[in-house]
Design a protein around this ligand. Sequence first.
Ligand SMILES: [Cu+2]
Length: 137
Amino acid sequence: MRGRTALALATGFLAVAASAVVAVALRPEPSGALRVTAEPGMRFGDRVPGPVLRVRAGKPVRLVLENRDALQHDLWVVHAEDRAPYLEPAFPAAKTALLEPGHQQEIQFTPTRPGRYRYVCTVPGHDATMFGEFIVE
Ligand SMILES: [Cu+2]
């Protein structure tokens, strides 16, 4: 009897544990945020330019920058025509801090006007390769 109860408990535990693993596996970004990585070789993601990000005007955006490089990087969403050093965020709070290697940050902002924007790393010289399109529909 005791053995059966223990077996039933163990089976139940394993079923719960397995369902938790499946739930995590199906949701690579639990927060539902967009995720961009700063990679060795001065790029966002695995190519230049970085991935195109598409969002909806008037809807809050959650964006995670993960710094996988050995250098500091940041990410700002800027007007498409703006170039360093004359950069400012296109929307309030649409910028991360300067992130140390191995660090990540989630930012939240609301793009208010539709259009084509860019995201860039603002460390001097980095925007030559660290940029991507940010489209607000
Ligand atoms: Cu950078």
